[in-house]
Design a protein around this ligand. Sequence first.
Ligand SMILES: C[S@@+](CC[C@H](N)C(=O)[O-])C[C@H]1O[C@@H](n2cnc3c(N)ncnc32)[C@H](O)[C@@H]1O
Length: 298
Amino acid sequence: MKHVTVLLDEAIEYLNVNKNGCYIDGTLGGAGHSKKILENLEKGFLYAFDQDDYAISYAKEVLKDFSNYKIIKSNFRYLKTKLNEEGITKIDGLLLDLGMSSFQIDDPTRGFTYLKDAKLDMRMDQSQTLTAEEIVNTYDKDELAKLFFIYGEEKNAYKIANRIIDHRPLKTTMDLVKITDQVNYKEKGHSAKKVFQALRIAVNHELGVLEEVLSQAVEMLNPGGRIVVITFHSLEDRIVKHFFKTESSSSLPKNLPVMIDENIKLKLITKKPHYPTAEEMEVNSRSKSAKMRVAERI
Ligand SMILES: C[S@@+](CC[C@H](N)C(=O)[O-])C[C@H]1O[C@@H](n2cnc3c(N)ncnc32)[C@H](O)[C@@H]1O
Protein backbone atom coordinates (compact mmCIF):
# COMPACT_ATOMS: atom_id res chain seq x y z
CA MET A 1 0.00 0.00 0.00
CA LYS A 2 1.21 3.49 -0.87
CA HIS A 3 2.15 5.76 2.03
CA VAL A 4 0.03 8.93 2.17
CA THR A 5 2.01 11.75 3.76
CA VAL A 6 0.39 13.32 6.81
CA LEU A 7 0.26 17.13 7.19
CA LEU A 8 2.25 17.56 3.99
CA ASP A 9 1.70 21.24 3.18
CA GLU A 10 1.43 22.39 6.79
CA ALA A 11 4.69 20.73 7.85
CA ILE A 12 6.65 22.31 5.00
CA GLU A 13 5.05 25.70 5.63
CA TYR A 14 6.05 25.49 9.29
CA LEU A 15 9.58 24.43 8.34
CA ASN A 16 9.84 27.86 6.66
CA VAL A 17 12.30 26.60 4.04
CA ASN A 18 15.10 28.98 3.04
CA LYS A 19 15.90 28.13 -0.58
CA ASN A 20 19.63 28.06 0.08
CA GLY A 21 19.53 26.30 3.45
CA CYS A 22 20.59 22.89 4.70
CA TYR A 23 17.62 20.74 5.76
CA ILE A 24 17.22 17.38 7.41
CA ASP A 25 14.34 14.98 6.96
CA GLY A 26 14.91 12.55 9.83
CA THR A 27 12.17 10.17 8.63
CA LEU A 28 12.37 9.87 4.85
CA GLY A 29 9.77 7.05 4.48
CA GLY A 30 7.84 7.46 1.23
CA ALA A 31 9.63 10.80 0.64
CA GLY A 32 6.47 12.91 0.49
CA HIS A 33 7.91 15.57 2.82
CA SER A 34 11.42 15.29 1.34
CA LYS A 35 10.11 15.90 -2.17
CA LYS A 36 8.26 19.00 -1.02
CA ILE A 37 11.35 20.34 0.76
CA LEU A 38 13.41 19.78 -2.41
CA GLU A 39 10.80 21.63 -4.48
CA ASN A 40 11.40 24.63 -2.20
CA LEU A 41 15.20 24.53 -2.47
CA GLU A 42 17.43 26.23 -5.03
CA LYS A 43 21.04 26.11 -3.89
CA GLY A 44 20.06 24.41 -0.64
CA PHE A 45 20.63 20.75 0.25
CA LEU A 46 18.65 18.01 1.93
CA TYR A 47 19.99 15.13 4.02
CA ALA A 48 17.34 12.45 4.55
CA PHE A 49 17.64 9.69 7.16
CA ASP A 50 15.88 6.35 7.27
CA GLN A 51 16.88 3.05 8.75
CA ASP A 52 14.65 0.96 6.55
CA ASP A 53 16.01 -0.49 3.29
CA TYR A 54 12.63 -0.69 1.59
CA ALA A 55 11.78 2.94 2.44
CA ILE A 56 15.11 4.03 0.99
CA SER A 57 14.70 2.22 -2.31
CA TYR A 58 11.12 3.49 -2.62
CA ALA A 59 12.18 7.07 -1.82
CA LYS A 60 15.02 7.01 -4.37
CA GLU A 61 12.44 6.44 -7.08
CA VAL A 62 10.23 9.28 -5.81
CA LEU A 63 13.21 11.67 -5.70
CA LYS A 64 14.82 10.59 -8.98
CA ASP A 65 14.43 14.03 -10.57
CA PHE A 66 16.41 15.81 -7.85
CA SER A 67 20.15 15.89 -7.27
CA ASN A 68 20.64 18.21 -4.30
CA TYR A 69 20.04 15.57 -1.63
CA LYS A 70 21.70 12.62 0.04
CA ILE A 71 20.05 9.68 1.74
CA ILE A 72 21.75 8.47 4.91
CA LYS A 73 20.83 4.95 5.98
CA SER A 74 20.93 5.36 9.72
CA ASN A 75 18.88 5.83 12.82
CA PHE A 76 18.33 9.56 13.29
CA ARG A 77 19.82 9.24 16.78
CA TYR A 78 23.20 9.52 14.99
CA LEU A 79 22.22 12.85 13.40
CA LYS A 80 25.25 14.80 14.59
CA THR A 81 27.86 12.11 13.88
CA LYS A 82 26.50 11.31 10.44
CA LEU A 83 26.24 14.97 9.43
CA ASN A 84 29.70 15.74 10.80
CA GLU A 85 31.00 12.92 8.56
CA GLU A 86 29.52 14.90 5.64
CA GLY A 87 31.28 18.05 6.86
CA ILE A 88 28.02 19.56 8.15
CA THR A 89 28.00 21.23 11.56
CA LYS A 90 25.05 23.63 11.15
CA ILE A 91 21.55 23.04 9.80
CA ASP A 92 18.53 25.23 8.99
CA GLY A 93 15.74 22.85 9.86
CA LEU A 94 14.79 19.35 10.94
CA LEU A 95 11.57 17.53 10.16
CA LEU A 96 10.48 14.36 11.97
CA ASP A 97 7.35 12.48 10.91
CA LEU A 98 7.56 9.68 13.44
CA GLY A 99 6.43 6.09 13.39
CA MET A 100 6.24 3.88 10.37
CA SER A 101 5.20 4.12 6.77
CA SER A 102 2.07 2.32 5.63
CA PHE A 103 4.20 -0.05 3.56
CA GLN A 104 6.07 -1.16 6.69
CA ILE A 105 2.87 -1.64 8.69
CA ASP A 106 1.15 -3.51 5.87
CA ASP A 107 4.11 -5.76 5.01
CA PRO A 108 3.02 -9.05 6.62
CA THR A 109 6.63 -10.21 6.96
CA ARG A 110 7.60 -7.42 9.37
CA GLY A 111 5.33 -8.33 12.29
CA PHE A 112 4.12 -4.76 12.98
CA THR A 113 0.44 -5.50 12.44
CA TYR A 114 -1.88 -7.51 14.65
CA LEU A 115 -4.12 -8.07 11.65
CA LYS A 116 -1.80 -10.50 9.85
CA ASP A 117 0.11 -13.54 10.98
CA ALA A 118 3.88 -13.10 10.89
CA LYS A 119 7.01 -13.70 12.93
CA LEU A 120 7.14 -11.44 16.02
CA ASP A 121 9.81 -9.15 14.56
CA MET A 122 8.92 -5.40 14.62
CA ARG A 123 12.44 -4.14 13.80
CA MET A 124 12.51 -0.95 11.73
CA ASP A 125 16.21 -1.55 11.15
CA GLN A 126 16.50 -5.12 9.93
CA SER A 127 20.19 -5.29 10.83
CA GLN A 128 19.42 -4.82 14.52
CA THR A 129 19.36 -7.99 16.66
CA LEU A 130 16.64 -7.29 19.26
CA THR A 131 13.18 -8.44 18.09
CA ALA A 132 9.72 -8.54 19.65
CA GLU A 133 10.06 -12.33 19.81
CA GLU A 134 13.10 -12.02 22.05
CA ILE A 135 11.30 -9.59 24.36
CA VAL A 136 8.15 -11.68 24.81
CA ASN A 137 10.11 -14.87 25.38
CA THR A 138 12.90 -13.60 27.68
CA TYR A 139 11.62 -10.68 29.79
CA ASP A 140 10.31 -11.70 33.23
CA LYS A 141 6.72 -11.06 34.24
CA ASP A 142 7.36 -7.70 35.91
CA GLU A 143 9.47 -6.41 33.05
CA LEU A 144 6.81 -7.37 30.50
CA ALA A 145 3.96 -5.89 32.54
CA LYS A 146 5.89 -2.65 33.07
CA LEU A 147 6.63 -2.41 29.36
CA PHE A 148 2.96 -2.92 28.38
CA PHE A 149 1.78 -0.48 31.04
CA ILE A 150 4.26 2.31 30.38
CA TYR A 151 4.70 2.11 26.60
CA GLY A 152 1.20 0.86 25.77
CA GLU A 153 -0.83 2.37 28.64
CA GLU A 154 -2.37 -1.14 28.74
CA LYS A 155 -4.44 -1.52 31.89
CA ASN A 156 -4.43 -5.33 31.78
CA ALA A 157 -0.64 -5.38 31.53
CA TYR A 158 -0.14 -7.88 34.37
CA LYS A 159 -2.80 -10.32 33.17
CA ILE A 160 -1.32 -10.30 29.67
CA ALA A 161 2.24 -10.73 31.00
CA ASN A 162 1.11 -13.69 33.11
CA ARG A 163 -0.50 -15.45 30.17
CA ILE A 164 2.52 -14.84 27.98
CA ILE A 165 4.73 -16.57 30.53
CA ASP A 166 2.32 -19.54 30.62
CA HIS A 167 2.21 -19.88 26.82
CA ARG A 168 5.91 -19.52 25.96
CA PRO A 169 7.48 -19.81 23.49
CA LEU A 170 5.45 -17.34 21.37
CA LYS A 171 6.54 -17.28 17.75
CA THR A 172 4.03 -15.30 15.73
CA THR A 173 1.84 -12.21 15.94
CA MET A 174 -1.22 -14.45 16.18
CA ASP A 175 0.25 -16.32 19.18
CA LEU A 176 0.22 -12.96 20.93
CA VAL A 177 -3.17 -11.87 19.58
CA LYS A 178 -4.74 -15.08 20.94
CA ILE A 179 -3.58 -14.01 24.41
CA THR A 180 -4.73 -10.39 24.17
CA ASP A 181 -8.10 -11.60 22.78
CA GLN A 182 -8.58 -13.74 25.90
CA VAL A 183 -7.75 -10.87 28.28
CA ASN A 184 -9.05 -7.80 26.44
CA TYR A 185 -12.30 -9.30 25.12
CA LYS A 186 -14.25 -6.26 26.39
CA GLU A 187 -11.99 -3.67 24.63
CA LYS A 188 -13.68 -1.46 22.05
CA GLY A 189 -10.63 -1.30 19.77
CA HIS A 190 -8.40 -4.24 18.81
CA SER A 191 -7.36 -6.30 21.83
CA ALA A 192 -3.66 -6.21 20.84
CA LYS A 193 -3.33 -2.56 19.83
CA LYS A 194 -1.65 -1.31 23.01
CA VAL A 195 0.59 -4.34 23.47
CA PHE A 196 1.82 -4.08 19.88
CA GLN A 197 2.51 -0.35 20.33
CA ALA A 198 4.48 -1.09 23.49
CA LEU A 199 6.58 -3.80 21.85
CA ARG A 200 7.32 -1.66 18.81
CA ILE A 201 8.48 1.23 21.00
CA ALA A 202 10.72 -1.10 23.00
CA VAL A 203 12.19 -2.97 20.03
CA ASN A 204 13.10 0.28 18.28
CA HIS A 205 13.96 2.37 21.40
CA GLU A 206 11.58 4.94 19.94
CA LEU A 207 11.35 7.29 22.92
CA GLY A 208 15.06 7.37 23.73
CA VAL A 209 16.10 8.11 20.15
CA LEU A 210 13.59 10.96 19.97
CA GLU A 211 15.13 12.67 23.00
CA GLU A 212 18.60 12.19 21.56
CA VAL A 213 17.81 13.67 18.15
CA LEU A 214 16.01 16.70 19.59
CA SER A 215 19.01 17.65 21.76
CA GLN A 216 21.42 17.27 18.86
CA ALA A 217 19.19 19.31 16.56
CA VAL A 218 19.02 22.23 18.99
CA GLU A 219 22.81 22.34 19.11
CA MET A 220 23.14 22.22 15.33
CA LEU A 221 20.36 24.62 14.30
CA ASN A 222 21.23 28.08 13.00
CA PRO A 223 19.20 30.92 14.56
CA GLY A 224 15.79 31.04 12.89
CA GLY A 225 16.02 27.34 11.99
CA ARG A 226 13.04 25.20 12.96
CA ILE A 227 12.26 21.76 14.32
CA VAL A 228 8.94 20.33 13.10
CA VAL A 229 7.78 17.11 14.74
CA ILE A 230 4.72 15.03 13.85
CA THR A 231 3.86 12.40 16.48
CA PHE A 232 1.28 9.62 16.52
CA HIS A 233 0.85 8.74 20.18
CA SER A 234 0.78 10.55 23.48
CA LEU A 235 4.13 9.24 24.76
CA GLU A 236 6.00 10.74 21.82
CA ASP A 237 4.00 13.95 21.97
CA ARG A 238 4.75 14.31 25.68
CA ILE A 239 8.48 14.07 25.02
CA VAL A 240 8.37 16.74 22.31
CA LYS A 241 6.13 19.03 24.37
CA HIS A 242 8.35 18.71 27.45
CA PHE A 243 11.57 19.19 25.47
CA PHE A 244 10.28 22.31 23.69
CA LYS A 245 8.99 23.71 26.99
CA THR A 246 12.28 23.18 28.83
CA GLU A 247 14.36 24.67 26.02
CA SER A 248 12.08 27.69 25.64
CA SER A 249 11.68 28.71 29.26
CA SER A 250 13.99 30.45 31.68
CA SER A 251 15.37 28.73 34.74
CA LEU A 252 16.30 32.10 36.29
CA PRO A 253 14.19 33.38 39.22
CA LYS A 254 11.42 35.66 37.93
CA ASN A 255 12.23 38.60 40.25
CA LEU A 256 15.78 39.17 38.93
CA PRO A 257 16.39 42.45 37.06
CA VAL A 258 15.84 42.12 33.28
CA MET A 259 18.58 40.01 31.78
CA ILE A 260 18.91 37.57 28.91
CA ASP A 261 18.85 33.93 29.91
CA GLU A 262 21.51 32.31 27.71
CA ASN A 263 19.95 28.92 28.38
CA ILE A 264 16.80 29.68 26.41
CA LYS A 265 17.46 28.12 23.03
CA LEU A 266 14.02 27.77 21.46
CA LYS A 267 10.94 29.85 20.79
CA LEU A 268 7.62 27.99 20.54
CA ILE A 269 5.95 28.46 17.17
CA THR A 270 2.97 26.27 18.01
CA LYS A 271 1.76 26.90 21.57
CA LYS A 272 -0.79 24.08 21.15
CA PRO A 273 -0.33 21.08 18.84
CA HIS A 274 -1.46 21.49 15.25
CA TYR A 275 -3.90 18.78 14.08
CA PRO A 276 -4.82 17.60 10.58
CA THR A 277 -8.07 19.01 9.22
CA ALA A 278 -11.27 16.97 9.41
CA GLU A 279 -10.99 16.58 5.64
CA GLU A 280 -7.49 15.05 5.88
CA MET A 281 -8.61 12.73 8.68
CA GLU A 282 -11.45 11.53 6.53
CA VAL A 283 -9.30 10.65 3.52
CA ASN A 284 -6.29 9.35 5.48
CA SER A 285 -7.30 7.51 8.63
CA ARG A 286 -3.62 7.26 9.72
CA SER A 287 -3.64 11.04 10.21
CA LYS A 288 -6.33 10.85 12.92
CA SER A 289 -3.81 10.48 15.74
CA ALA A 290 -1.27 12.97 14.34
CA LYS A 291 -0.12 16.04 16.27
CA MET A 292 2.47 18.51 15.04
CA ARG A 293 4.63 20.77 17.22
CA VAL A 294 7.10 23.36 15.99
CA ALA A 295 9.87 25.37 17.65
CA GLU A 296 12.48 27.81 16.36
CA ARG A 297 16.12 28.27 17.38
CA ILE A 298 16.85 31.72 18.78
C1 LIG B 1 5.82 7.98 8.95
S1 LIG B 1 7.16 7.51 7.96
C2 LIG B 1 7.68 9.00 7.20
C3 LIG B 1 6.89 9.32 5.99
C4 LIG B 1 7.43 10.49 5.19
N1 LIG B 1 7.41 11.72 5.94
C5 LIG B 1 6.66 10.66 3.90
O1 LIG B 1 6.27 11.79 3.58
O2 LIG B 1 6.46 9.68 3.18
C6 LIG B 1 8.45 7.26 9.10
C7 LIG B 1 9.73 6.71 8.48
O3 LIG B 1 10.76 7.00 9.41
C8 LIG B 1 11.58 5.89 9.59
N2 LIG B 1 12.07 5.98 10.96
C9 LIG B 1 11.34 5.91 12.10
N3 LIG B 1 12.14 6.05 13.18
C10 LIG B 1 13.40 6.23 12.68
C11 LIG B 1 14.66 6.45 13.29
N4 LIG B 1 14.79 6.47 14.62
N5 LIG B 1 15.74 6.62 12.50
C12 LIG B 1 15.63 6.57 11.14
N6 LIG B 1 14.44 6.36 10.51
C13 LIG B 1 13.34 6.20 11.27
C14 LIG B 1 10.71 4.69 9.32
O4 LIG B 1 11.51 3.63 8.86
C15 LIG B 1 9.75 5.23 8.25
O5 LIG B 1 10.20 4.94 6.97
